[in-house]
Write a protein of this length. Structure first.
Ligand code: 5GP
Ligand code: ZN
Length: 111
């Protein structure tokens, strides 16, 4: 997708601090961390919203969650972590390429 920052990061056209990559996802550090560890887990396929999820994408997202669970220790999230997906304007989604925020490395406030 033209002019999508996460497509460019996934393609290696824009540098990022990558923590993990395979054929379908990439995980890298958020440039404006909201917790001691703040990673972005980005499926390489470009789509913006969960409402665009067909069966194939549902399987991709399932595998993505499974991988996050398997990678938690190597990502520094072994003490616990939060997974956040911002969707749309009210949630403050700024990048219209679906991504999962992984927050941890410390106790996270929950109010
Ligand atoms: P959203 O607000 O869409 O849920 O999250 C987008 C996230 O992407 C933000 O937390 C923001 O800091 C991060 N971000 C935006 N541009 C870049 C970039 O070029 N590199 C990295 N590593 N993170 C970015
Ligand atoms: Zn994209």
């Amino acid at each position: 997708m033209e002019n999508c920052i996460f497509c460019k990061i996934a393609a290696g056209e824009i540098p990022s601090a990558k923590a993990y990559e395979d054929d379908e996802i990439v995980i890298f550090k958020d440039i404006e961390p909201k917790a001691k560890i703040h990673l972005l887990c980005v499926p390489k396929e470009h789509f913006a919203y969960l409402s665009e999820t067909d069966d194939r994408r549902a399987a991709l997202l399932g595998r993505t969650l499974q991988k996050i669970g398997r990678l938690k220790d190597s990502l520094g999230l072994g003490g616990g972590y939060r997974v956040v997906i911002n969707q749309g304007e009210n949630a403050g989604q700024t990048v219209l390429h679906l991504h999962l925020h992984l927050l941890g490395g410390e106790a996270l406030p929950w109010e």
